[in-house]
Design a protein around this ligand. Structure first.
Ligand code: GLN
Length: 487
């Protein structure tokens, strides 16, 4: 592994700005690393060597400057990239090359960040292990026999394997934070509406939130600052200044949390978490107290209904959003030999193009939205969503942030949860409440359990993204970062 691939994004940006390394050298080092290890990791579905090097050359010619100019990035394959394959890890979009860039990709390009390629994920971002990718799973660099989390397992694994210094993920119920937790990397879900969804292939539109993945809190904040901010092309985008997340991360890294109140959610205390996860979490709390923070126990009684409410709302929205994949507009078309009706071709295409988890969600969502059951299921879930939001609001009157483990368990072996969907859904027990509320949350590595990484989650009020970066950076300053065994 060359030095360039182990440096943080902040260090790389400085080296490039100071002309100690060129953007082309930095990008080439990462492309070479991908060539060397990705056969084993499978973080990428598509590598864009030419595009990445062309972008790096523009930086080296001095055409683009900025805080992350020349620092390469990996992008989750659910985000539209002009002319570059975008499949959402589904067969139904195989071969699709979008005619436009997502807003956040436009911003990456404008910031001079070479895009290395598109990362693997669970099909349409539905899952918690990347085992539901139609193109085969991604392997966790900490243990190639274990899952890298999901749905954004490819983005997180690309960081842990030193194939990319930064990556983009999307978080609907935990898909940035949970892969971050199980790969020992940092993943931040911004406030809903704080980052643009324009050009993101929709899963659950009222929950989907793109955000940064990195190896350090400061790097995540630097990337957050590049991609966040109002976008008139997204009707739910927030038209307010982006909180100073970079300043907050730097403040936090000084290790002073005097006067900061951390709320520990009572209802999360024992809930099926592995003992090793709980002990890392409690050691982290002690470390934060040493930095001056105060711990307050808070009750959020409706959090226990978050998982069932999410698994009605997200599939309902998905069943509507995925109606557009009909064999006419994009990608795959099956059975169109002139002998069949339009309906038959659509049905054969969807049968062949969608995997089992996606079908399960479409069926569940269609059922929950059907006229006879709408009030009993979807309507009820929306009411629970309001109660969860009130729990958060009440808690934030007493504390600055809420904290919990990110996931109840560390990376599990392949195949151990695919036979029972509910076991897979449990991976997002602690991350889902935040999505239903819409606030920001971050996962930062806090320790190891039996040699595997444990994540610490910090949840903040909406548009107070800076607060979570401060606390996460303080924890990182106390516990350090975690490096997987050499590949
Ligand atoms: N694991 C959750 C699900 O399967 C969350 C996925 C996500 O955040 N995209 O829906």
């Amino acid at each position: 592994m060359s030095d360039l691939t182990t440096m943080s994004a902040a260090q790389l940006a400085k080296a490039i700005a100071d002309k100690q390394a060129s953007a082309v050298e930095v990008t080439t080092a990462h492309l070479d690393r991908i060539d060397a290890v990705d056969e084993r990791v499978h973080a990428f579905l598509h590598v864009d060597r030419e595009g990445a090097l062309a972008a790096a050359e523009r930086v080296d010619r001095g055409e683009i400057t900025g805080p992350l100019a020349g620092v390469p990035i990996a992008v989750k394959d659910v985000i539209a990239t002009k002319g570059v394959p975008t499949t959402a890890a589904s067969k139904i979009l195989e071969g699709w090359r979008p005619p436009y860039d997502a807003t956040l990709v436009e911003r990456l390009r404008a910031a001079g960040m070479p895009m290395l390629g598109k990362t693997n994920m669970d099909e349409f971002a539905m899952g918690s292990s990347t085992e539901y990718s139609a193109y085969g799973p991604t392997n966790n660099p900490w243990d190639l026999g274990r899952i890298p989390g999901g749905s954004g397992g490819g983005s997180a694994a690309s960081l842990a394997a030193y194939e990319a210094p930064l990556a983009i993920g999307t978080d609907t119920g935990g898909s940035i934070r949970q892969p971050g937790a199980v790969t020992g990397t940092v993943g931040a879900k911004p406030t809903y509406g704080g980052t643009s969804r324009y050009g993101l292939i929709a899963f659950s539109s009222s929950l989907d939130t793109p955000g940064p993945c990195a190896r350090t809190v400061e790097d995540a904040a630097l990337l957050h600052a590049v991609i966040a901010g109002h976008d008139p092309r997204d009707s739910t985008s927030i038209d307010r200044p982006v909180p100073d997340v970079v300043g907050a991360a730097r403040l936090g890294s000084t290790g002073d949390l005097t006067g900061v109140k951390l709320g520990v959610v009572k209802e999360f205390a024992g809930d099926g978490s592995e003992p090793g996860v709980l002990s890392s979490f409690h050691e982290s709390l002690e470390a934060l107290v040493k930095l001056g923070a105060e711990i307050v126990e808070v009750s959020c009684p409706h959090f226990q209904y978050a998982l069932p409410a999410y698994y009605l709302i997200a599939p309902s929205e998905a069943s509507s959003n995925l109606a557009r994949f009909d064999g006419v507009r994009y990608g795959l078309r099956t059975g169109d030999d002139g002998s069949r009706s339009l309906e038959e071709v659509m049905s054969l295409t969807r049968e062949a193009g969608f995997g089992p988890e996606v079908k399960r969600r479409i069926i569940l969502g269609t059922y929950a939205l059907s006229s006879g059951y709408y009030d009993a299921y979807y309507g009820q879930a929306q009411k629970v969503r309001t109660l969860i939001t009130r729990d958060f609001e009440a808690a934030f009157e007493r504390v600055d942030v809420l904290v919990s483990p990110t996931t109840p368990f560390v990376a599990f072996p392949f195949g151990s949860r695919t036979s029972d969907p509910y076991q897979m859904y449990l991976a997002d027990l602690f991350t889902i409440p935040t999505n239903l509320y819409g606030g920001p949350a971050i996962s930062v590595p806090c320790g190891l359990s039996e040699g595997l990484p444990v994540g610490f989650q910090v949840m903040a009020p909406t548009m107070a993204d800076d607060r979570m970066y401060r606390v996460a950076a303080a924890l990182e300053s106390a516990v350090g970062t975690f490096t997987p065994p050499a590949l």
